[in-house]
Design a protein around this ligand. Structure first.
Ligand SMILES: NC(=O)c1ccc[n+]([C@@H]2O[C@H](COP(=O)([O-])OP(=O)(O)OC[C@H]3O[C@@H](n4cnc5c(N)ncnc54)[C@H](OP(=O)(O)O)[C@@H]3O)[C@@H](O)[C@H]2O)c1
Length: 336
């Protein structure tokens, strides 16, 4: 069964961007299912968001083995949505999964061993009802496992046909360069890196972006709104139902500090002067780097997706605008 998708979904100009040196294009805005799609959430809200996103031309949906809560439930729910609504559109979708964080008990349920990664990929495919994922990631580096083993498992995922492409997430610049080189020697390009990046966390500017360029890899930023802080929704305190208010939300109330909120106020003024909402401004700022193929947004409503995708209407920043942003949220060149 399938819905009939909006016939104008591919009409947004310049929305699809080449992922590094590959032939794959990703939408400038992609939807992540980390929060709001789990067993604790309302299934119909998540389903409506996925369908609306696809109707808007968002072809890329990002998952991981542990998304929920409970872990695995976001993949199960996404599998139901696919089966009921989007089955006819599989070839128009880029669906990703990852393994690296704690997923099942015992020594083979997390980190970067070949044993864990390949078992986890099989489990993700079963939960989503898929034959293959488009991109399979090593979710975090594992200093206790040889990088050759972790990258060998990713290469095996491609060779076995269970993943079309592979990537890494949360790897620093040096780890990324080494991972890309190992994969290259195995004849499999490292397609993409998925780092945290926002105005509040600029670590990738200290080296990772250069590595992505050298390695001809794409990039896709997660938490580009710092989990909602950069939307302005916390300007008057912590609203009911927001991520910071939820017991299972990763944004904790203690992270909503007066120091950050004062910066949000200043940034919002710059956004307004450009005719953008703060969320649109923060997303456009991430996409200003040619290495950033896409931004991964999270959303708890259709309205947020509709607002955020309009970030793409203005991705150009003047030197004065960039300087004004740097004065509020300076680049952190020490890390990365
Ligand atoms: N690789 C990794 O290690 C890793 C880690 C984290 C995330 N990710 C990926 O990145 C995706 C996005 O991360 P994220 O959810 O932290 O992204 P985010 O875009 O920084 O935050 C999303 C949250 O911000 C709020 N929001 C979004 N648009 C808004 C708007 N226009 N107005 C008001 N509030 C708005 C919503 O919070 P409310 O719920 O409060 O409305 C939403 O749930 C995840 O789903 C996942 O796929 C990957």
């Amino acid at each position: 069964m399938s819905v009939i998708a909006n016939s104008t979904r591919y009409d947004r100009p310049n929305f699809y961007r080449k992922c590094g040196g590959s032939g794959l294009k990703l939408p400038a805005v992609s939807l992540g299912l980390w929060h709001n799609f789990g067993g604790v959430d309302t299934f119909e809200t998540g389903r409506a968001m996925v369908r609306r996103a696809f109707d808007l031309g968002i072809t890329h949906f990002d998952l991981a083995n542990n998304y929920g809560p409970p872990p695995g439930s976001a993949e199960e729910n996404f599998g139901c949505i696919l089966k009921n609504d989007l089955a006819a559109y599989r070839d128009e979708l880029i669906i990703t999964s990852k393994a690296g964080y704690d997923m099942w008990p015992g020594p083979y349920g997390e980190w970067g061993s070949r044993k864990y990664l390949l078992a986890s990929l099989d489990q993700s495919l079963r939960r989503m009802g898929l034959d293959y994922v488009d991109i399979f990631y090593s979710h975090r580096p594992d200093l206790d496992t040889p990088l050759e083993e972790t990258m060998g498992a990713l290469a095996q995922a491609v060779v076995s046909g269970k993943a079309l492409y592979v990537g890494v997430s949360n790897y620093d610049a040096d780890q990324t360069a080494r991972a890309a080189s190992i994969l290259k020697n195995l004849g499999i390009p490292c397609l993409i890196h998925q780092p945290r990046y926002s105005m509040f966390d600029r670590w990738i500017e200290g080296g990772l972006l250069d590595v992505l360029k050298e390695q001809k890899m794409g990039g896709i930023a997660f938490s580009p709104l710092a989990q909602g802080l950069l939307s302005g929704k916390y300007l008057q305190g912590i609203p009911e139902g927001s991520r910071a208010a939820k017991p299972h939300g990763f944004l904790r109330p203690a992270e909503v500090t007066e120091q950050k909120i004062s910066k949000v106020r200043q940034l919002e003024q710059l956004a307004r002067a450009r005719g953008q909402s703060l969320a649109q401004f923060a997303l456009a700022w991430v996409l200003r780097h040619p290495q950033m193929t896409s931004v991964l947004i999270g959303a708890s409503s259709i309205a947020q997706i509709e607002e955020n995708i309009k970030a793409c209407d203005n991705l150009q920043f003047s030197a004065d605008e960039l300087k004004a942003i740097d004065a509020i949220v300076p680049a952190d060149k020490a890390k990365g």
